[in-house]
Design a protein around this ligand. Structure first.
Ligand code: PMP
Length: 360
């Protein structure tokens, strides 16, 4: 084992950081590996960012990001005091883990799910108890609820789940909320706009519900880094305390301006999201024709495996053809590829390439 510099604190020495999907520097790759939206953001958002760049960047932004919290609140029929915003939903999740899950009991986390959850838990010294997904890679919400009723630090679920794309119906989320009184159930809805069911309407009835969303996926703003959490005001208060102890100005003036305009442009949102959903359904059928098993997805990606072929080798063969998809090495999902839904042309190129690879 390489020696650890004496300057490092022991927790840093033990930390296994998240490994993000590749962000290549070469242009002309078909990039279907990190679940970005293939369409650009709303032209209104780009114009708002341009205008913001021309007005008073020498000043700090509003530390409360009130304009954005009000825009999000208006869209979801909430009050701005029920909305927290941060620098990407990754940062919002980090603050939520810090604020709510440092408890004596373990945090309940499905296995498999978004691997950043375990990184935050490790960073903050939170013990995780992993709840295996079932044979169909579905979250076993009944087992989670049963375990939660025995006492826990809280529950975190992605809905739809990542990297499977499988959604949980709202009634199941409600059962988790009821099984976990006094502790937070964090529902990460990064992909919900592509066909999932949001838990935001349950906020009024459940003081333990925190819903996290992002503008990186359905609003095409991964490059701007804006995420948010919705919950009752007492949860948002806790998040604001963490934020003010960490970075009082997480969102800059450009991000707030662009995000507000993107949220208000319902037409662009509806059109691009419909395109992604339609393309996903067409791609799923084409992949099935090529012999892939395709899990039912409510997200902007498909999780697929080919019974006859090694997934790592397929990913490598696609890479040679300048197409990037995501392959995970965890044993439970090592036979699968996660493929982001691209434009129709990108998906046609992918299907062509796979046809060649499988036929050859
Ligand atoms: N949650 C899930 C389930 C994700 O897949 C991602 C994207 N990798 C995120 C949160 C973070 O997204 P962002 O920080 O871009 O908002």
């Amino acid at each position: 084992m390489p020696s650890v510099p004496s300057y490092w604190s022991p927790r840093i020495a033990a930390l296994e950081p998240y490994v993000p999907g590749e962000q290549p520097r070469i242009a002309n790759l078909i990039k279907l590996n990190t679940n970005e939206n293939p369409y650009p953001p709303s032209p209104e958002a780009i114009e708002a960012i341009r205008r913001a760049a021309e007005s008073r960047l020498e000043l700090y932004p509003d530390p409360e990001s009130l304009a954005l919290r009000e825009a999000i609140a208006a869209r979801h029929h909430l009050d701005a005091a029920q909305v927290f915003v941060g620098n990407g939903s990754d940062e919002v999740l980090a603050h939520a883990f810090f604020a709510f899950f440092q408890q004596a009991e373990p945090l309940l986390v499905p296995d498999v799910t978004y691997s950043f959850y375990r990184v935050y838990a490790q960073l903050y010294g939170i013990a995780c108890e992993l709840q295996p997904v079932d044979e169909g890679l579905r979250i076993d919400d009944r087992a989670l609820a049963k375990r939660a009723s025995e006492g826990c630090a809280g529950i975190v679920v992605a809905n739809p789940n990542a990297p499977t794309g499988i959604g949980l119906p709202l009634a199941r989320i409600e059962a988790l909320l009821q099984a976990c009184p006094g502790r937070v159930v964090l529902v990460d809805e990064a992909y919900v706009d592509f066909g999932g069911e949001s838990a935001i309407p349950l906020i009024a009835r459940y003081p333990n519900l925190l819903v996290v969303q992002t503008l990186s996926k359905s609003r095409s703003l991964a490059g701007l880094r804006v995420g948010f959490a919705c919950g009752q005001a007492h949860l948002v208060d806790a998040l604001q305390r963490v934020k003010n102890s960490f970075n009082s100005y997480p969102l800059d003036r450009l991000a707030v301006a662009g995000a507000v305009a993107a949220i208000e442009d319902e037409r662009w949102f509806a059109r691009t999201r419909r395109d992604v959903i339609d393309t996903r359904e067409g791609l799923a059928l084409q992949l099935e024709d090529l012999g892939f098993e395709v899990l039912p997805s409510q997200a902007n990606f498909l999780f697929v495996r080919h019974p006859g072929r090694d997934a790592g080798e397929l990913a490598a063969a696609l890479r040679e053809r300048a197409i990037l998809v995501r392959h995970f090495r965890q044993p439970r999902i090592a036979q699968y590829l996660r493929i982001t839904v691209g434009t129709r042309d990108q998906c046609a190129a992918l299907v062509d390439a796979l046809g060649n690879i499988l036929g050859g």
